[in-house]
Design a protein around this ligand. Structure first.
Ligand code: ADP
Ligand code: MG
Length: 347
């Protein structure tokens, strides 16, 4: 689309829109013929019979989801990964992405190349192709929107609404690292050792979408979702969609050694761990009869899968200790429009 008017002179050394697409983005489409090398108006996609497309889109805005001076390759990789996490939670195998990018006028060529290198690296890592998108310049903050495409066997996607009373609630990986990493990044948690701090901040900058877990859960799990806005809030979404109540056992939560150290030094960090968000783990429910198969999936993929609670009749989320006593949680989860203060319209 043509813009209303051109406001800023180009940054010396920055490729223009068409050079950017041809030089930096088109190579990432090479493995997908339907992308037409990003030389046409749109991409073409076949869906094999018996398969269903799973689509998701997430946006990231500088100053809201990341710091404007974060490394550009990590911004690109996080953008891909938060979307692949949604696909994994549906049990889908990712295969393609589309990118809408609004780059601030002052963005230079070095930055753009590093950003494209980050995209390229994760396209390789996850065997996906960049099949299209849109590129504009903006007087506002860097704003990135990515659509990810995955496939599942027809009718087999894991839904939030599929949980059954009596199901065990499982979580992949570990909880809270990223939220604690953000606190550390902002100057908090001063008692932490450098290695703990580095681990937590790395988890904040670069999530690990559980792409090998998701497809493996089809046929084992009843319900699935990705934990991105804080465990308690997200469990609440699943419970509500399934018409059930969830009970989470705080003593069962999988915490990394740095998160355990942080919690041991300051118990108030529990609220950050349970409500902070940015975990990008898979939350799923399954009948107890599948517990053995799920443990084998964990062994096979090398990703921990942990029972953290149960689904039952009723509604809402109860957090309890090992004796069944209720545990109060201060921070229930992230909501853009009510939590973001002056950035409330950036959600
Ligand atoms: P139009 O003016 O019709 O929107 P564009 O010049 O924006 O066409 O896009 C040309 C081609 O480049 C299209 O295939 C489009 O999908 C692709 N493209 C544009 N921007 C991006 C991007 N950020 N990432 C991937 N592909 C892109
Ligand atoms: Mg366009």
């Amino acid at each position: 689309m043509a813009a209303l008017r051109r406001r800023n002179p180009p940054v010396p050394g920055a490729p223009d829109e068409f050079a950017l697409i041809a030089e930096l983005f088109a190579p990432l489409s090479a493995s997908y013929p339907g992308a037409l090398s990003l030389t046409d108006d749109a991409a073409l996609m076949d869906v094999p019979s018996g398969r269903q497309l799973v689509l998701t889109m997430d946006s990231m805005v500088a100053g809201v989801h990341f710091f404007a001076d974060d490394p550009p390759d990590l911004i690109a990789r996080k953008l891909i990964r938060v979307n692949l996490s949604d696909l994994a939670a549906k049990g889908a195998q990712p295969f393609a992405i589309m990118l809408s990018a609004a780059f601030p006028h002052a963005t230079d060529g070095v930055w753009l190349r590093r950003f494209a290198q980050g995209l390229a690296e994760d396209c390789r890592t996850f065997a996906i192709a960049l099949i299209g998108g849109d590129t504009v310049a903006t007087p506002g903050p860097l704003t990135l929107t990515l659509t990810a495409f995955g496939q599942v066997p027809q009718g087999r996607a894991l839904l939030r609404s599929g949980a059954v009373a009596g199901d065990q609630i499982w979580l992949s990986g570990s909880l809270g690292d990223s939220a604690l990493g953000l606190v550390a990044r902002q100057g908090g948690l001063p008692h932490l050792s450098t290695s703990c701090r580095d681990h937590l901040i790395a988890r904040y900058l670069l999530p690990e979408p559980r792409v090998t877990i998701g497809p493996g859960l089809i046929g084992l799990a009843h319900a699935g979702m990705d934990v991105s806005d804080g465990l308690i809030q997200d469990v609440g979404h699943m419970a509500r969609q399934s018409g059930l109540a969830a009970e989470i056992r705080v003593d069962l939560l999988p915490l990394s050694p740095p998160a355990q150290t942080t919690l041991a030094a300051d118990n108030s960090c529990l609220a950050t761990i349970l409500g902070g968000g940015d975990d990008y783990e898979v939350l799923f429910t399954a009948p107890q009869s599948e517990a053995g198969a799920i443990q084998r999936l964990a062994a096979h993929t090398g990703i921990a899968l942990t029972v953290i609670g149960t689904m039952g009749a009723g509604q809402g989320v109860r957090v309890v200790d090992r004796d069944g006593n209720a545990v109060a949680v201060a921070h229930k989860g992230w909501r853009h429009f009510t939590d973001a203060g002056e950035e409330q319209w950036s959600g």
